[in-house]
Design a protein around this ligand. Structure first.
Ligand code: FAD
Length: 383
């Protein structure tokens, strides 16, 4: 089996295929969780709350167990159990649905009034906040290093890792029926990679890999992430005082100052179209200004905090935010795993387990993850 792409999805797909006793080759053109990859960031939030989408709640819960097992085996700890604070305005149905789903799934969740909020998190202003949801079991993964740990773990299970760019197969979709399989693909090193099956976990490269299949169904968008330095000696913006947080209605989220890398703030609305190989990764002054205005309103003590780091990354959105985990429509031994859509990182373990299951034919396919369920225009429903 060949797995192309060693981000969160590919590392874990290789892991589970290896665990099932398959001979697996994992390949990446720039390296695991490289600076251009969507998994290449400093940190990613792992929350179980997903509105009414219990399928993702269960996947996140399962993934947390699997991430922790890998960290234990790799003698490291890359999950910070910060908890997650959902700030909600009066009419926030999504956060209310998250609360219901968490309770139904027997996952700890607590509703906070604005008085509770002021008492427990006095560093956070309640402007446009009517109530809050506290998810104590959530936290933050140190993303790039977590992928490295997953790759190392897979290698210890017998997976081979190799640095190479793979030339994807040319196909003629749409309207094609399953016809044939492929025996080998060309690599940038000039050799051919032979395998019984190929799993493409190319993240934001998937539209380039399959221009006629994933091309019209994925939307790669520019996203900026800013890190601000809290005042000297101020512990209010790092754990345990500060959790991961989001305001669904305002489409903004962040993490506390973890490992002294700064207080992270990012806006979740989709930016302009972006090319992961060539687009400019310089942060704009207007977005720094926008973030500063938000800091001043939500975290007044950080209004003058210096910008200590900034990154431009990309979301690899499907039409609605549901993952694409499916067989290629024309090639019976080619599989596609992607469409993380700004929320996929945490789910790498559950995605890998699912992919190994459907490839082996022992897992029934989830209709929401099919290619056929994806439209060619964007209407986001999953966050
Ligand atoms: C700013 C930002 C914040 C986010 N926050 C969160 C969060 O808090 N929580 C969360 O769960 N998720 C979050 N996400 C989403 C999450 O990071 C992504 O959905 C996830 O990392 C996607 O992983 P992937 O493995 O599909 O893709 P990637 O990590 O991009 O991996 C794809 C890999 O394929 C390789 N590749 C591509 N083409 C080839 C080729 N031809 N040959 C060989 N290799 C190839 C690439 O080099 C790359 O390493 C965020 C994303 C961004 C950008």
């Amino acid at each position: 089996m060949a797995v192309i792409g060693a981000g969160s999805f590919g590392a874990w797909t290789a892991h589970f295929l290896g665990r099932a006793g398959r001979r697996v080759l994992l390949l990446d053109q720039y390296g695991p969780a490289n600076a251009r990859a969507s998994s290449g960031g400093e940190s990613r939030i792992l929350r179980m709350g997903y509105g009414g989408d219990a399928v993702y709640t269960r996947m996140a819960q399962r993934s947390l167990v699997l991430w922790r097992e890998v960290f234990k085996r790799q003698h490291t700890e890359l999950f910070h159990p910060t908890g997650m604070l959902w700030l909600a305005s009066e009419d926030d149905d999504y956060t209310a649905a998250s609360e219901r789903t968490l309770r139904e799934q027997k996952i700890a969740a607590e509703r906070l009034s604005t008085n509770d909020l002021a008492r427990r998190f006095p560093q956070i202003s309640d402007d446009n906040v009517a109530w809050a949801l506290w998810e104590p079991g959530a936290g933050v993964l140190i993303a790039r290093r977590a992928v490295d740990a997953a790759v190392n773990d897979a290698v210890q299970l017998g997976v081979e890792y190799r640095a190479a760019a793979i030339e994807p197969p040319l196909t003629s979709f749409p309207g094609a029926a399953l016809q044939c399989s492929i025996a080998s693909l060309a690599s940038s090193a000039g050799d051919r990679i032979s395998a019984g099956a190929f799993v493409f976990c190319g993240g934001p490269w998937l539209p380039k890999m399959f221009p006629l299949v994933t091309g019209p169904r994925m939307f790669i968008t520019r996203q900026e992430v800013l890190f601000f330095g809290p005042p000297p000696g101020d512990a209010r913006f790092r754990p345990p005082a500060m959790p991961a947080w989001l305001h669904h209605g305002e489409q903004v989220y962040g993490t506390p100052d973890l490992e002294n890398r700064g207080f992270k703030l990012a806006f979740d609305h989709h930016g302009p179209a972006f090319d992961p190989d060539t687009s400019d990764r310089t942060v704009t002054t207007s977005s720094i200004e926008h973030a500063r205005q938000y800091l001043a309103r939500r975290f007044p003590a950080l209004s003058d905090a210096p910008l200590v780091e900034a990154r431009v990354c990309q979301y690899e959105n499907s039409s609605n935010g549901d993952f694409i985990l499916d067989r290629h429509p024309e090639l019976e031994n080619v599989w596609i795993a992607g469409g993380g859509s700004g929320h996929g990182f945490k789910h790498g373990p559950a995605v890998g387990e699912y992919m190994a299951g459907i490839i082996a034919g022992r897992q029934s396919p989830e209709p929401r993850f099919s290619l056929a369920s994806k439209a060619t225009s964007q209407q986001r429903t999953v966050y």
